[in-house]
Write a protein that binds this ligand. Structure first.
Ligand code: FUB
Length: 344
């Protein structure tokens, strides 16, 4: 049915499912996804993937996500003007990287900003690199080699109140985590997961960062997610198990490990008492958006908690996404109120 101009003005555009979006794209001049938001110097900086048009058809490995550079978004506060920065790092400036500059994250320490990013190397293996800048918007200069001991995709760096930083990373299917079971890359490993539905699911990795922020201080360990029965979530629990998109935040002394369930399209979370876990599975906090993937960050600014995520409102194509933000609300017991990305 045709909507009247008045209805459009009041409710905004209608999604393909006939419902209305909870929030609108933060920027429309470029396509962005995988928003990692941080508060630096009182402002919000978002480190997203920069989606670009490609003729590569969608496949289970995510070949259509053919991004080649990063651009940083800056805003004084949620609802304020969003500035799109210039190219902060291009794949051609990273000696070890060949293609697919996927979901990045950033951190700050002692006057330096660190950009962490996954990309496929010249052998087609996803690795994680780091680049540095004196400016949160970049440009960043990449280390010549990937971070030793890190692999797969979706790095997320969390700095605890004691100043120690931890990197969470990994993603199954196209993210190749299932090929690193032994700690060495197995080129003949599965393209998806372990095909062991009754066994503990593959899960994210976590390692403390060295004081230089450019190396791991230790061998990565598993981010264990326990179900209500006290046992690790299994590979067959597709609506609960880790797929990709790690993000850690701390609230009231509790550590919230958040992630995407990938092929079931939820954002889920689990709570622990320290950065390593184990974490107790709590549920979904974002229901499926328009598009195959979403990927989150959660940050506190001006006394409120904000969820940054992405959907495909602007393009209705899986590989051309746009980042969004909405407020996150907690229940008195610390659980997160589930968000529907559509209103009515
Ligand atoms: O943007 C490319 C990949 O898709 C990211 O690394 C994943 O988290 C998913 O959003």
């Amino acid at each position: 049915a045709l909507l009247s101009t008045a209805a459009l003005a009041k409710d905004g555009p209608v999604a393909p499912n006939g419902r209305h979006y909870l929030s609108q794209p933060l920027v429309t001049s470029i396509y962005t996804a995988d928003p990692s938001a941080h508060v630096f110097n009182g402002k919000i900086y978002i480190y997203p993937s920069h989606d670009i048009k490609t003729n590569i058809p969608d496949d289970d490995l995510g070949s259509q996500y053919a991004m080649r550079d990063y651009r940083v978004l800056e805003m004084d506060h949620v609802g304020g003007k969003v500035t799109v920065g210039p190219v902060a790092l291009d794949v051609d400036q990273v000696p070890w990287a060949a293609k697919q500059m996927w979901a990045p994250d950033a951190a700050y320490k002692n006057g330096t900003y660190y950009l962490y990013f996954p990309a496929r190397d010249h052998q087609g293996i996803f690795r994680i690199g780091v680049a540095t800048s004196k400016n949160p918007m970049g440009p960043f200069k990449a280390d010549p080699k990937p971070i030793p001991g890190a692999y797969s995709i979706d790095p997320a760096v969390f700095t605890d109140s004691d100043g120690k930083s931890y990197m969470y990373f990994g993603g199954i299917w196209g993210g190749q985590l299932q090929r690193w079971v032994t700690g060495k890359y197995n080129p003949h490993g599965s393209a998806t997961d372990l095909h062991q539905d009754d066994k503990p699911a593959l899960t994210a990795k976590v390692a403390m960062l060295a004081p230089d922020m450019q190396h791991l201080a230790e061998k990565p360990r598993d981010v264990v997610i326990l179900g209500k029965d006290g046992k690790p979530v299994t590979g067959g629990e597709h609506d609960k198990r880790f797929f990709e998109a790690s993000w850690m935040f701390k609230r009231d002394g509790k550590y919230y490990f958040t992630y995407s369930t990938g092929d079931t399209h939820f954002l889920a979370y689990a709570i622990g008492d320290n950065p390593y876990g184990p974490f107790h599975y709590k549920g979904h906090f974002l229901l499926p958006v328009q598009g195959w993937t979403t990927h989150q960050s959660i940050v506190k600014h001006n006394g409120k908690w904000w969820l940054f995520y992405a959907d495909t409102q602007l393009s209705n194509k899986n590989s051309l996404r746009n980042v969004k933000v909405t407020q996150l609300h907690f229940n008195p017991d610390g659980t997160i109120q589930t968000i529907d990305p559509f209103t009515h």
